[in-house]
Design a protein. Structure first.
Length: 277
């Protein structure tokens, strides 16, 4: 095994650990405070769907001979760059996201005080059900295709395309999942309740993930290792853009800020306040 192969393995382990650990700080922070105030369920809820899709996507690429054969037919005989640590990461992330979501949807079970952020926003619910509907449409389209099980046809609808539909669900969710919390922090003029440690670990994981994928593609002498696996490439880049926004909010804009007199924990907070009043 050469130096680059060793580095790829080390980076894979490193990003797996960094990203996996990033799912603990917020749930632990909520548990210590016995509250989810200052944060919103939108992020962990949509994250749960995203990582469910990402797990199925990675597992199929890694274990399914049919999917691997269809990938090779479409990308000049190459094999997917998905590795076992991708599957382990996705499974772990799904479980931790579901646990964190339960702190918002089932606050009484955790002994938490009620919070406006426990109710998902219409925006996130729309994205959630829109993604599920989109994948269902693609699956039915593949089922209707006579070439769905082909390992030679690359232009017709095949099961590989259904897997890509799942990958784009993860892409869409990655693009929007942080937005509600960014808005909540802006409205509150504070990052109180939002754990910065999850962001710092996410940045580290993103850098290591992109480094590993670049090395793997270089070793294959073909950058379709990235273009053929767009979800992993975008996962590292887009997340780091949002991470930068959170770090600016936490360390620059709202440093030492105690928050507004009335914390708003979700995009629906104002509507909820009117109902209560």
């Amino acid at each position: 095994m050469g130096l680059l192969e060793i580095l790829s393995s080390l980076f894979g382990v490193g990003y797996f650990l960094a990203w996996s650990l990033s799912f603990y700080p917020q749930s632990i922070h909520n548990f210590k405070r016995k509250s989810t105030s200052g944060t919103t369920v939108d992020f962990p809820l949509i994250n749960t769907l995203g990582f469910a899709a990402y797990f199925v996507y990675n597992a199929a690429f890694y274990y399914s001979p049919l999917i691997r054969a269809q990938y090779a037919a479409r990308y000049k005989g190459l094999t997917p760059t998905v590795q076992f640590n991708d599957i382990a990461f996705a499974a772990h992330a799904f479980v931790l996201s579901a646990i964190t979501t339960s702190q918002y949807l089932l606050p009484a079970a955790w002994g938490f005080a009620p919070s406006f952020g426990n109710k998902p926003s219409r925006f996130i619910l729309g994205v959630f059900f829109g993604c599920v509907t989109g994948v269902a449409v693609v699956v039915f389209t593949v089922l209707a295709s006579p070439d769905r099980d082909s390992t030679e046809t690359v232009s017709s609808w095949v099961w590989l395309d259904a897997l890509y539909a799942l990958s784009y669900v993860k892409l869409i969710i990655t693009l929007i999942k942080y937005t509600p919390q960014v808005i909540v922090n802006y409205r509150n003029r504070s990052t109180r309740g939002w754990s910065i440690w999850q962001i710092l670990l996410d940045v580290l994981g993103g850098v290591l993930s992109l480094a590993q994928q670049s090395i793997d593609s270089y070793l294959q002498h073909d950058w379709s290792g990235i273009t053929g696996n767009p979800v992993k490439f975008a996962l590292g880049n887009v997340s780091m853009v949002y991470d930068s926004i959170f770090m600016v909010q936490h360390y620059v804009l709202y440093r030492d800020a105690g928050g507004t007199p009335r914390e708003r924990d979700s995009l629906l907070a104002e509507d909820e306040e009117r109902r209560i009043e």
